[in-house]
Design a protein around this ligand. Structure first.
Ligand code: MN
Ligand code: MN
Length: 342
């Protein structure tokens, strides 16, 4: 890798400023680092860690969130004494670095009028983002955007303090389900091994469980709040669909949640304005997941992708990430659309 000497950043002469970033015009105003909406821990903790890295590289970067954080992120921020980032309502006209997403559908409003300078992501390319200048776009097939950010700290030789290590560690554990998810790579494992030491976490399993217990409690949340707490929208060949991810501590709690949210979806399906709705729930005891399917063609598409369901609930086996669910579901929905149109 080729570096240029960092300029004007006090005594931190040992920092490697990536040469290719000289071509990016960050200007003198604030560059906002922001994840998807609603934010998961990758879109909160990674955003904080990346904004910090950019500041160490001399860029006037600040972390922002699109909407309030969930209980898991709150646990991590509180544990490491990191303040909750401010909300950015609209991205129009602002200098933006996108984290953990690459589509307007998952971005905060006004992103189509923003000046996007960088994207750091680990999702498939959905492809509706256009920019007026070349950007720094780093997309790696790893378990979490923080794994990429950890790599960049190392490449730039920027020291990682306890709080930033904690942020990246929390994001990786969250996104990879404590390194259990099918999306986990050796790079994520290496990052966790390095970061847990710096974060002072001796027992990663129990830290992860504490974080997840707070999330899975869904305290004081309505069915609607729970359904939309980790929800993404997609579109294939004119079919719009949404997929929510919900967490349960035990298989019994998973079944309870399938019923509770299933009832709410059935009663409120029409007002959600999507052709299909999917709900993926997994539990943290067995890592078994299920996919509940709602709307015309949803169950047919789901069964084509994952096999027979019990009613409208399809067992997904263990360690199935939403990313993988969408990858398999998307062509099945496209096929269903073709066959139902003919
Ligand atoms: Mn995410
Ligand atoms: Mn992520």
């Amino acid at each position: 890798m080729i570096f240029v000497q960092a300029k004007g950043y006090g005594n931190q002469k040992e920092i490697n400023y990536p040469a290719y970033m000289q071509g990016i015009n960050y200007g003198t105003g604030i560059t906002y680092v922001i994840g998807h909406k609603p934010p998961d821990s990758d879109s909160v903790c990674t955003v904080i860690a990346y904004a910090n890295l950019k500041r160490q590289l001399g860029i006037n970067a600040e972390a922002r969130i699109g909407s309030p954080i969930n209980a898991e992120s709150a646990y991590a921020l509180n544990y490491f004494g990191v303040p909750v980032p401010k909300v950015l309502d609209n991205a129009a006209g602002k200098n933006i670095i996108l984290i953990d997403h690459n589509s307007f559908a998952q971005a905060i409003p006004g992103m189509n009028k923003a000046n996007i300078l960088e994207i750091i992501d680990h999702h498939n390319l959905i492809g509706d983002i256009r920019t007026s200048a070349p950007i720094y776009y780093r997309n790696l097939p790893v378990g979490c955007a923080s794994t990429i950010v950890w790599l960049e700290y190392n490449e730039a030789n920027v020291p990682i303090d306890r709080a930033m290590a904690g942020m990246m560690l929390s994001a990786i554990l969250s996104d990879t389900d404590n390194l259990q998810s099918s999306t986990t790579t050796d790079l994520d494992r290496q990052a966790v091994a390095a970061l847990e030491k710096k974060a002072g976490i001796k027992d990663c399993d129990s830290y992860f469980l504490s974080m997840e217990k707070d999330l899975a409690a869904y305290n004081d949340m309505s069915e609607k709040d729970i359904f939309y707490s980790d929800y993404k929208e997609f579109n294939i060949d004119g079919v719009s669909y949404g997929c929510a991810t919900v967490l349960a501590l035990t298989p019994a709690k998973r079944e309870e949640m399938e019923k509770r949210l299933g009832k709410w979806i059935q009663q409120n399906f029409n007002s959600q304005k999507m052709d299909m709705l999917f709900l993926k729930i997994h539990d943290l005891e067995t890592y078994q997941a299920t996919l509940s399917c709602y709307g015309k063609g949803a169950l047919e598409s789901g069964e084509a992708a994952f096999g027979k369901g019990n009613g409208n609930i399809i067992p997904l086996g263990t360690n199935m990430s939403r990313k993988k669910v969408i990858r398999l579901l998307q062509p099945a929905i496209a096929n269903w659309r073709l066959s139902s149109a003919s």
